[in-house]
Design a protein around this ligand. Structure first.
Ligand code: IPM
Ligand code: MG
Length: 371
């Protein structure tokens, strides 16, 4: 039975509520499976700007480096919108990704049967959707230099640079192929090779990596077409691998296939140290503190932590099963209202999932006894 140190960075807005929910569920896993999870809290984003004058305090970074994994909520809010670039909450998130070398962002997009009608798309189009977006997270246009504003000859300009080194592309594409090997064995590499040099290098490298995975099919798709295909026929995808900003945009689009952005978890895997787990959604200031937010994306992120950082497969399955059960029983947070069922608060959803985690273990034990 293991001991695991988890750094919890709730951040801003609903980040507070949803990470609290995920921690509750992890505690239930700990009790039932006999693990000891230690939770230590740190500031990030707007909360860190208010407390420590910077979006990513050294102390937070140290805490993360000393932990086995990091659970993050969300950052941002109108309070800090007018801040200068280096004092924006988002800077804290970008900095932690870079500092911890979290290069591989896995964003699974799954449509649970009972939520098909929560999607604005036709239920038969989204039912059965099950793919993963592998988003490069520490390079590309988010980090390339030069970046910033300049005044030249009295003219105002701004620049961002989309830059990739070959090795950066190689490692993310390899991650995608490795993942596809355990799934439906298809990688769609999304780029803009008809226009961008960085995309032409991306495509070349993807071809090279593909040679080491002869059992996996590789297809290239231009990003504009990919945006369309995600809505036209989303079941064609298994693993999508793409540049940082393309992945950011496509994953928000893809969330609508699962019914709500409140359903999408993510794992940001590190090359060297602890990995970080966070819901794809933002801080939703409009509903912050109202006990209305959907905690499922954060809870499923915790399940990814159990599986990917701690190798606790049965425990991860217990959490995923509990989420499915709560949804099958008709519990819905407000964002899932279009699919019918009973509207519940954040806390009620968390309670139900916690209880189901405990029950799952009981069932699993019975199954072992009678197997
Ligand atoms: C995400 C978010 C972040 C991003 C923001 C908050 C900086 O949109 O994780 O998808 O753009 O990466
Ligand atoms: Mg985003």
């Amino acid at each position: 039975m293991g001991n695991y140190r988890i750094a919890v960075l709730p951040g801003d807005g609903i980040g507070q509520e949803v990470t609290a929910g995920a921690v509750e569920v992890l505690k239930a896993v700990g009790v039932r499976f006999g693990h000891e999870f230690t939770f230590e809290y740190g500031w990030i984003g707007g909360a860190a700007i208010d407390e420590a004058g910077t979006p990513l305090p050294e102390e937070t970074l140290r805490l993360c480096r000393e932990s086995d994994a990091v659970l993050l909520g969300a950052v941002g809010g109108p309070k800090w919108d007018g801040n200068p670039p280096h004092l924006r909450p988002e800077k804290g998130l970008l900095a932690i990704r870079k500092q911890l070398d979290l290069y591989a962002n896995l964003r699974p997009v799954v449509c649970y049967d009972c939520l098909a009608s929560a999607s604005p798309l036709k239920p038969d189009l989204v039912q059965g959707v099950d793919f993963v977006i592998v988003r490069e997270l520490t390079g590309g246009i988010y980090f390339g230099q030069p970046s910033g504003r300049v005044v030249e000859n009295g003219e105002e300009k701004a620049v961002d640079t989309l830059l990739y080194k070959k090795e950066e592309i190689e490692r993310i594409v390899r991650m995608a192929f490795t993942l596809a090997r355990g799934r439906k064995k298809k990688v769609t590499s999304v780029d803009k090779a008809n226009v961008l040099s960085s995309s032409r290098l991306w495509r070349e490298v993807a071809e090279e990596v593909a040679e080491q995975f002869p059992d996996v099919e590789l297809e290239h798709m231009l990003v504009d077409n990919a945006a369309m295909q995600l809505i036209r026929a989303p079941k064609q995808f298994d693993v999508i691998v793409t540049e940082n900003m393309f992945g950011d945009i496509l994953s928000d689009e893809a969330s609508m296939l699962s019914g709500s952005l409140g359903m999408l978890p993510s794992a940001s895997l590190s090359a060297s140290g602890p990995s970080l787990y966070e819901p794809v959604h933002g801080s939703a200031p409009d509903i912050a503190g109202m006990n209305k937010a959907n905690p499922i994306a954060a809870i499923l992120s915790a399940a990814m932590m159990l599986r990917l950082s701690f190798g606790l497969t049965a425990e991860a399955e217990a959490v995923e099963h509990a989420v499915r059960q709560a949804l099958d029983q008709g519990l819905r947070t407000a964002d899932l209202a279009p699919s019918g069922g009973r509207i519940v608060s954040t806390n009620e959803m968390v309670e139900e999932i916690k209880t189901a985690v405990l029950d799952y273990t009981a069932i699993a034990q019975i199954m072992t006894v009678y197997a």
